[in-house]
Every structure is written in C-alpha cells, then in structure tokens.
Design a protein around this ligand. Structure first.
Ligand code: SF4
Length: 478
C-alpha cells in the first residue's frame, strides 16, 4: 500500500503546524505509516497551477516546497491512500505560508483516484478567518474522516522517533512543535475552546527526549515545546517534573529551545527560573487571557483574573526581562485577547485597555499582544449559547478597539522591548515585498523585521533596529 501525507497545516489552541513550524501530525503519521511520501499543500498548488508570473511579493502559497515537489505527478499516480492533515482553529497571520481551507483542499484533491482520508483538527472544524462559524466538511470527497487515523491521537500508538524521519523530505529550515501533553486540566472549559475533545494526558519525559534526539539527529536545530494547554502545568505543575523534562533536552544543545502556552495562575518564580535556566533566550509564554472584563470572564469561564495576569507578568519580568545575547529579552509573557466572546460590550474594551495600560505604565514588558476574533466551533459552549451574536453586534468597533491598543500600548511597548540601536542576532530573511525583505529569528513568537533592501532569502543576518511599525520593526543589516 503506497501512502502519501498531504500537509495543509494546522493551528489549534494548543499546537502550531504552519511553516516554518512543523506540527506533530505529519511526524506522528510518518511514524505510523509504511514509508510514506510527504507533500505540502504548496507542492500540490504548484503542481496544479504551475509557477505564476513573477510578482514583487514572494508567493507564499507555493513557498514551502518539499524535496518531492518536482515529482508530485509521479507520487500521486502511485498513491493508494492520501492522508490529508488540516485544521485551523486559532487563525492567525502567517508570514510565509497559507494554510489550506477545506474548500481549497476539496478542489485540489477531488479528481484524484486514490482513497482519501482526512485527519487533524479539521475533523472537528476549521476556519481560516476568525469571526465566523467553522467551514462545513464536504464528506463526498473524503472516504474516511478520522482524527485518530492510524492511532496518531493516542500516545500508546504513536512512534515519534520513526516519525522524525519525515524531516528528511523537507529542505527548508523548520522549528518543530513538540507535544508535552494534551487536554486541559480545568474542569469547565473556556467557552470557545476545542481542547475538550482530549482527556488530560502528559507524555513521559523519556519519550519526549527520545523524539527530540531523533529530530536533532535528522538535522533539526530549532524546537518549541509548544503542544500543550499550559507548559507550567506539565505533570501537575510540579517543578521537579519540569526540570526532569528540560534538563536532558537542554543538554543536547539545540540552537533554540522555547515554550508556548501558559496559564497565568500557574506561573511562579521556581518554574520560571527553570525555564530560564534550560531554555534559550527570546523565549515567550503566551497567556490565553482572552479578556480582562469580569463579565466576559465569568460568562465564558475564562481561566484567570486580571490581578493574576498582572502578577504573572511581574514575576516573569522580574526574573527574565533583561536583554539576552540574541538581542531579545530572555523570557517574556505574551497576551492573547479574543473578540466576540459571550457578554462582550464596550465595557470589555475599556477593561482590556485599562489592564494593558496598567502593565505598560508599570514599566513591564510584554513580547506581544495578540488580538483576534473568535472562530465558532461545533460542540463548544460559545456555539451552543451565542454563535456569532456578539461578533455581529460589536464588529463595527473592532478596528477602533484594536487600533487604540496598537497605537497606545503596542507601539510604546515595542520601543521598550527593542530600543533603537538594539542588534538582533541570527535573523533569517524569509520573504520579499517589493524591495523590502521581511526577516525574523527562529523561535516561539519572533519579532518581524522589515529591511529596506532586497536580500537573498533564507540567509541569517545580524540586524540593527532603526524604526517601528505598530507590531513589527524596521532594521538594517550590520
Ligand atoms: S485554559 Fe481554556 S482555552 Fe486554554 S486549553 Fe484550557 S479550556 Fe482551552
């Protein structure tokens, strides 16, 4: 049986698999299947539509091409089973990739003669833009729809060491998303969250280490321990378990070792110090705060109070807010805000603005504030109770609300984060837009730098910061 994996990329509350991030699904599938080919949706787009005319902007729809890109026709002709990975549940802006929507994927694969299986988060819903209901799944195209295809959603079944072999088919540099656990230990979940479909389960340290070793041996340099709902909650949030996890991975000396999600209520000094000790600088803990409005917090069962967030921000800043050798602060918090939750009103914006302003005025640093509109997924409390009701009601304010935070908080924060003249090391050139090159470091939430020069892509430079946009910076090569 000839298998081909088609990666259309994934982004979920607890897991990122949009290039340059390589998610867990393609690796687990590669470990489960017998010597499959790995294709990206970029390969398939290029195969179907050919190389478009040269544009001033890098075409990020066909940017992430595997080694198999030149042989797509041959590979598809001999494929018996095509396993499609897809699912965007926390839609974001991606610098150098465009994930496939279910509509696009259907168009691209419907004529193929092989058996087609859909797996990944799309099985429970997918939506590339926030503020809308999930896309409807066209079941006429897929022969099978299974989130746990070949046991990839089952820790007993996966073989991540063998799965590491998939990176041999990927010629572009990647940062791999490593899973430490799944599910969320909160008894009642946040209204919008899809993580309820997993029971709480943690991977063993030895299994995670074996996977990192195999990936490193296959040439991977950059790692993000990012697939979990809260890094600080690993194995009950015990510091000794976190140290047992981090210490041996750090001993392998990866170029980048970062984390992702954290629940502010779990942040303490002891665990923060461990993260600083064993991870590499430029690290970020993203707090899924979603709202600072008490009414919204209550109605959506959100995980933290404004005071708890403020304290967690203070703890991380105190321990690791100083600048590191790569130009970025050692380890900082980030904050996620969601528009469109149950009970949202003008008072929600005021509460969000005030708390963020309080953080700014206290002289603290946030790596970034992520603001997006919620996407509504089947089975969530949000879908059952309100759907897009609050988005429809408040949409007219969103631009203004967001812009006020961008102007009054993000911009001064950015100037404090990387003052003019700061030198960021090892910044990789990623795309062109006219004569500007956009570049960023490898890491968990790297800052985008615009350089007014057409530089060769996929090269590493040291860049001096010379100016500011609202959420990114401008720089020049030194
Ligand atoms: S804290 Fe809320 S959003 Fe995060 S995983 Fe748990 S239920 Fe989901």
């Amino acid at each position: 049986m000839n298998y081909t994996i088609l990666d259309c990329y994934t982004d979920e509350p607890a897991g990122l698999g949009v290039p340059p991030y390589l998610g867990t699904y393609p690796r687990y599938l590669f470990g489960a299947l017998d010597n499959p080919y790995y294709l990206t949706i970029d390969d398939l787009r290029l195969h179907k539509f050919g190389e478009p005319k040269k544009q001033p902007k890098t075409n990020i729809r066909i940017y992430n091409l595997t080694k198999n890109a030149v042989d797509v026709a041959k590979i598809l002709a001999k494929t018996d089973i095509l396993v499609v990975i897809a699912g965007i549940q926390t839609p974001g802006k991606y610098l150098s990739a465009v994930p496939g929507t279910l509509y696009e994927i259907t168009q691209l694969i419907q004529d193929l003669k092989c058996r087609k299986i859909l797996t990944g988060p799309a099985v429970s819903g997918s939506r590339l833009e926030g503020g809308k209901h999930a896309e409807k799944l066209n079941l006429n195209v897929f022969d099978e729809v299974d989130e746990n295809f070949s046991g990839i959603d089952d820790y007993g079944g996966i073989n991540p060491v063998k799965g590491a072999g998939v990176v041999k088919q990927i010629p572009y540099p990647i940062i791999v998303e490593i899973e430490t656990g799944r599910g969320c230990s909160r008894k009642k979940h946040c209204s919008f969250c899809t993580e309820f479909r997993h029971d709480v389960e943690f991977r063993e340290q030895k299994d995670i280490l074996a996977e990192v070793k195999a990936l490193k041996a296959a040439g991977v340099k950059y790692f993000r321990l990012g697939k979990q709902s809260c890094f600080y909650s690993y194995k009950g949030g015990k510091a000794e378990e976190i140290e047992k996890l981090l210490k041996p991975i750090a001993a392998l000396k990866p170029d980048v070792l970062h984390i992702d999600n954290a629940n502010p209520t779990m942040v303490d000094e002891e665990k923060t110090k461990l993260i600083v000790k064993y991870c590499t600088p430029g690290n970020v803990a993203a707090f899924g705060v979603e709202s600072f409005d008490q009414e919204v917090i209550k109605k959506n069962n959100l995980n933290c109070e404004p005071e708890q967030v403020f304290n967690a921000v203070k703890i991380i800043n105190k321990i690791s807010g100083k600048r590191s050798e790569n130009g970025m602060p050692v380890f900082l918090p980030g904050i996620n805000i969601l528009f469109g939750l149950i009970g949202e009103s003008k008072a929600t914006f005021e509460a969000n603005y005030e708390t963020l302003k309080k953080i700014l005025d206290a002289g603290l640093l946030l790596r970034r504030i992520n603001i997006r509109q919620v996407a509504v997924f089947e089975g969530t409390q949000l879908q059952k109770q309100a759907g897009v009701k609050f988005i429809k009601k408040n949409k007219k304010y969103y631009w203004k609300w967001r812009n006020q935070i961008r102007q009054d908080i993000d911009l001064p924060m950015l100037k404090r984060l990387v003052p003019e003249g700061t030198i960021l090391r090892n910044v990789r050139t990623e795309i062109h837009d006219g004569n500007t090159t956009f570049a960023r470091q490898f890491g968990t939430y790297p800052l985008i730098v615009g350089i007014k020069k057409k530089l060769e892509l996929n090269k590493f430079y040291d860049v001096k910061i010379i100016g500011y946009m609202l959420r990114s910076v401008t720089g020049e090569v030194v």
